[in-house]
Design a protein around this ligand. Structure first.
Ligand SMILES: [Zn+2]
Length: 91
């Protein structure tokens, strides 16, 4: 099974970043659509890292160093949040 590891990490970190961000940006929407928009924007800024995994194989704890560090992922998510906050596309 082909998997983009960057996507796994962004999904994993999104909750953490959103929780923190909502304290500072109470008007940031976190509905399903906005979350996906934030993820798409973040992923487009990061390099994909494709890995092959057997079906059902458990992911070991993510190695952030392989992705240029946690800061880069957080920065990309924050960028996505800014864009979505200023121009939400939900109905
Ligand atoms: Zn929304």
């Amino acid at each position: 099974m082909l998997k983009n590891y960057t996507e796994v990490i962004v999904a994993e970190m999104l909750e953490e970043v959103l929780d923190e961000l909502k304290k500072r940006m109470p008007d940031l929407c976190t509905c399903e659509r906005c979350r996906e928009d934030i993820m798409a924007l973040a992923l487009n800024r990061l390099s994909p890292r494709y890995v092959v995994r057997d079906e059902g194989e458990i992911y070991t704890k993510v190695n952030m160093d392989q992705l240029g560090g946690k800061a880069e992922v957080v920065t990309a998510i924050l960028h996505g949040c800014e864009v979505v906050k200023n121009q939400p596309r939900h109905n």
